[in-house]
Design a protein around this ligand. Structure first.
Ligand SMILES: CC(=O)N[C@H]1[C@@H](OP(=O)(O)OP(=O)(O)OC[C@H]2O[C@@H](n3ccc(=O)[nH]c3=O)[C@H](O)[C@@H]2O)O[C@H](CO)[C@@H](O)[C@@H]1O
Ligand SMILES: C=C(OP(=O)(O)O)C(=O)O
Length: 439
């Protein structure tokens, strides 16, 4: 951890940056390519570490992966998967959450798989009980070991009825990726319907799948015998776009986010406006800026789509430290996503975290001892600090706070941010931030 970013605060971010494909879709579309008999081509792919991790994992399983990094085109050819000799899979333990989604496709192709322990941000326990339950319902035999899970389906997978206890994104994707080639029909109730899932369904349909989505969160999948490769352009990363929007607001800046799209960001845009941010939606992106005057405090609850996305929460909380009055933020998706506020407090923010559900919703975490509600009292000037990045979005929030703070901050552990923000240092430079890497 010797490398750190020196950030001199106090300069509004101004200018233009580009946001490419969504981290939370691209990685899943890459896994979907394993289901095809022919090669796939995915466009608008960002250069982020999660894409590299999944590319390497696919290569390990015999997929030929060619990532044209500048143009953002990814070629994925799975024709050699059956003959691949998978070695060194343990090296991928803890790298991201995507390996668990390899289960369905590998079971269809090979009848068995070993999935190393998962990584991803530590923002709660992040169990995989729904995933394992789903796989068992399809007929797989799951054996949990110390380093990962062994999974087998010698007789193939059979369609089933599933009702999720909570509309989990990953569990919905697990179901989709397993059901499309299972025997018969699968019905998934209480499914997640995030835009990244809708785009995954679009990819699977292009491959030959038959999937319908009802208005009541029910997804029906009719299994088919064969799927082909696909050609698809990823939807934009709405989380990255929202993060830069918050950065513009906190620093009193003006940023055009080329590539950002309105439909997937409607909920964010409503909140951004209520806080006092301004935006202008254009065909090629969205401009976000601080129009002057005071920012307003709000009551905010994170929720599954179409609610306010949990991954937007952390950057926006920094903006709330600059709003007048008391804001309430109730995190209902992850039980432990306010750890990042400690560093903000060290920078002068007034934020209290509570175990109670503050806000309108009673969530799964009420009365379970999790500090999952926050009260932010503003406006408080922020001062520079030495910070260690805790997780992806928390890290970006700290970066935003450092950009707005008075003085020079040192942000350690910034490589975590590369997992989901393409070339964020280049983008900071393009926006005239005063940030430099020190080794
Ligand atoms: C790579 C990726 O796409 N990550 C996103 C994905 O994560 P991910 O797919 O991991 O998130 P989920 O939607 O599955 O998790 C939501 C909630 O369900 C719980 N749960 C989930 C699975 C399970 O087997 N058991 C269980 O209890 C989780 O602990 C969490 O409290 O959706 C989240 C919610 O929009 C986003 O914040 C993440 O950025
Ligand atoms: C929680 C996140 O991602 P992951 O599921 O990959 O940890 C995120 O993108 O903020």
């Amino acid at each position: 951890m010797s490398e750190f970013l020196t950030v001199e605060g106090g300069t509004p971010l101004t200018g233009e940056i580009t946001v490419r494909g969504a981290k939370n879709f691209v990685s899943k579309a890459m896994v979907a390519s394993l289901l095809g008999e022919t090669a796939s081509e995915l466009s608008n792919v960002p250069v982020i570490r999660d894409v590299d991790v999944v590319a390497d994992l696919l290569r390990l399983h015999g997929v030929t992966v060619d990532h044209e990094r500048a143009s953002g085109v990814l070629h994925l050819d799975p024709s050699d998967v059956e003959s691949a000799h998978v070695a060194d899979i343990d090296a991928y333990a803890g790298s991201s959450r995507i390996p668990i989604l390899f289960c369905g496709p590998l079971l269809h192709r090979l009848g068995e798989a070993f999935i190393p322990d998962l990584g991803g941000c530590r923002i709660g326990d992040r169990p995989i009980d729904y995933h394992l339950d789903i796989l068992r319902r399809f007929g797989a035999v799951v054996d949990k070991t110390a380093g990962g899970i062994h999974i087998k389906a010698p007789a193939g997978l059979t369609g089933t009825k599933i009702e999720l206890p909570y509309p989990s994104v990953g569990a919905t994707e697990q179901t989709l990726l397993s059901a499309v080639r299972a025997r018969g029909v699968t019905e998934l109730r209480n499914a997640a319907i995030e835009p990244e899932i809708t785009d995954l369904i679009a990819v699977l349909q292009k491959m030959g799948a038959i999937i319908s989505v009802d208005t009541d969160r029910t997804i029906r999948i009719e299994g088919v015998d064969r799927l082909e490769g696909y050609r698809h352009t990823s939807l934009a990363d709405r989380i990255e776009a929202g993060s830069w929007a918050s950065a513009a607001l906190v620093t009193g800046g003006d940023v055009f986010v080329r590539g950002a799209t309105q439909p997937e960001m409607m909920t964010f845009l409503n909140t951004f406006r209520k806080v006092g941010g301004a935006f202008d939606i254009r065909d090629d992106g969205i401009r976000f800026w601080h129009p002057g005057g005071d920012l307003q405090s709000i009551v905010l609850e994170t929720d599954v789509h179409p609610g306010f996305m949990t991954d937007w929460q952390q950057p926006l909380v920094v903006a709330l430290t600059q709003a007048k009055g008391l804001s309430i933020v109730h995190e209902t998706v992850y039980e432990n996503r306010f750890g990042f506020t400690e560093a903000l407090r060290g920078m002068g923010a007034t934020i209290q975290v509570y175990r109670e559900c503050l806000g309108g919703l009673d969530c799964r975490f009420g009365r379970r001892n999790f500090l999952h509600s926050a009260v932010v009292s503003g406006r408080t000037p922020l001062r520079a600090a030495d910070i260690v990045v805790p997780d992806l979005r928390g890290g970006f929030s700290h970066l935003i706070a450092a950009l707005a703070a008075e003085g020079t901050s040192r942000v350690h552990g910034i490589s975590i941010i590369n997992r989901g923000y393409e070339d964020f240092q280049g983008k900071l430079e393009a926006l005239s931030a005063r940030a430099a890497l020190t080794n």
